[in-house]
Design a protein around this ligand. Structure first.
Ligand code: MLT
Ligand code: ZN
Length: 453
């Protein structure tokens, strides 16, 4: 018996070894990837299957105890770490992978399966999972469903919402919602799985999901393109969209970011001097897509520099210039990460206005911008202001709203952007979202403080 009756019920549900209260053991679950958001939990609970998740939720509901669901803890908006005193529900032990159904091109996987494992599993069946990003080895399927993760291949396959054909989820009171049939035509009422995608753990706990797979592409080419400015990058994007059938990624980085990555990795930059804007383009197909891409690039007067790779090592080396941005920025300090979408037509104006806006509220701060150009999704990273100082966040998000963009593209609202939700959703919209929250979680124990104030 412990002094906390809830802990006794949790131990009865999952076993003593899976209820962590020792600060040395709970520490890895307390701080998110940015290090900006952290808190101390009442306990960390690690159920091993859906029935155990159900028992944990029933116990927490009976005790009125708030719960923070957590996947691989690669989140960037403080949405999956405790604020103080919640039960952290870690789903990483739900790592069962069913055999791939090659006839329907679908697979059912546990919430704790990493994105990389899901990708390898699909690949072994000559298929492909369409969502990919740098944190693939640690990020989990459940976490990507909770945040509706986008990633680097969204222009071809869509985001996580487009992959999910069904979910199993444990409701706030412990009941289990099951929609895993994989039927692609199934119009019996509301699309509850679709509603859970992007709900950030505020409605229910996703325990398993059935996802769509795509044909595996056996040939790939990656090109790094040096350009003068963002309007030139958009002109190249238009050419690529119009003529390259297998376009999988169009990512953008800027000269100062590339220079930082070169320093961090201790390697020479890909071009010297580094052009102001660098695009990373990937095309893939069942046949070699190199000639098709080369033909489009040959006709593009905007290009200043080009580097191309078709072999795996060469492609990965080019991708490092883009993917190493996150870790490189984290070395500079605790970043204010502002993940936003702009209409492509407004993106150059937004980027041009950004430095002065940041300088006004955070003099001397360092701003590094990169992102998924094909989706209009920029990651604005500001290093310098105190982690608790929200002025730069506010200034950048106001600038986004003034350009008719979205204040949250793919990382979610978490606790980081709760105050800014009205910049993206009007009164009627927020009222319906609150009613949905109330229907799923009348006692308000599911990830309180996330999405809603
Ligand atoms: C990325 O695109 O690399 C991720 O969204 C992570 C980040 O924004 O740092
Ligand atoms: Zn991203």
């Amino acid at each position: 018996m412990s002094a906390d009756p809830l802990l006794d019920r949790l131990v009865a549900a999952v076993g003593a070894s899976q209820v962590l209260t020792d600060p040395d053991l709970t520490a890895p679950y307390e701080t998110d990837w940015t290090r900006r958001y952290h808190g101390t939990p009442r306990a960390v609970v690690r159920p091993g299957d859906t029935e155990e998740v159900s028992a944990v939720m029933a116990a927490c509901a009976a005790a009125g105890a708030p719960v923070v669901p957590q996947g691989g803890n690669t989140g960037l908006v403080g949405g999956s770490v405790p604020r103080g005193g919640e039960v952290v529900l870690s789903l990483t032990r739900l790592d069962e992978l069913e055999p791939v159904d090659t006839v329907s091109a679908q697979v059912t996987a546990g919430a704790g399966v990493s994105v990389a494992r899901l990708q390898s599993h699909a690949q072994a069946a000559d298929l492909l999972y369409g969502v990919d990003f740098a944190a693939r080895d640690t990020a989990t399927l459940g976490g990507t469903i909770a945040t509706n993760a986008g990633g680097i291949r969204m222009i071809r396959y869509g985001g996580t919402r487009q992959q999910v054909v069904g979910v199993e989820a444990v409701l706030a009171d412990g009941r289990v919602l099951r929609r895993l049939s994989g039927l692609v035509k199934d119009n019996v009422g509301y699309d509850l799985p679709g509603l859970l995608v992007g709900s950030e753990g505020t409605l229910a706990v996703v325990t398993r999901a059935r996802v769509r797979l795509h044909p595996r592409q056996s040939h790939r080419v990656v090109a790094l393109l040096g350009l003068e400015d963002l309007p030139a990058a958009l002109a190249v994007l238009a050419r690529l969209r119009g003529a390259v059938g297998g376009l999988e990624a169009v990512e953008v980085v800027l000269a100062d970011g590339v220079a930082l990555v070169a320093d961090h990795l201790g390697v020479a930059p890909p071009f010297s001097p580094i052009p102001p804007v660098v695009l990373l383009v990937e095309s893939a197909g069942r046949r070699d897509p190199t000639d098709e891409l080369a033909a489009v690039l040959a006709e593009a007067p905007e290009l200043r520099e080009v580097a191309v790779a078709t072999d795996r090592a060469g492609r990965e080396a080019l991708w490092r210039w883009r993917e190493a941005h996150t870790e490189t920025i984290n070395v500079l300090g605790v970043p204010h990460k502002l993940d936003v979408t702009l209409p492509l037509s407004a993106l150059p104006d937004f980027a041009a206005a950004l430095p002065a806006i940041v300088e006004r509220v955070a003099p001397g701060a360092r701003t590094i911008v990169f992102g998924h150009l094909g989706d209009g999704n920029l990651h604005v990273n500001v290093v310098g202001p105190d982690p608790d100082d929200g002025r730069v966040d506010d200034a950048v998000l106001q600038l986004v709203a003034a350009h008719e963009g979205s204040i949250s593209a793919e990382h979610g609202i978490g606790t980081a952007k709760v105050a800014h939700v009205p910049l993206g959703r009007d009164d009627a919209d927020r009222a319906v979202m609150r009613a949905v929250k109330q229907a799923f979680d009348p006692a308000g124990i599911m990830n309180p403080g996330v999405l809603f104030a």
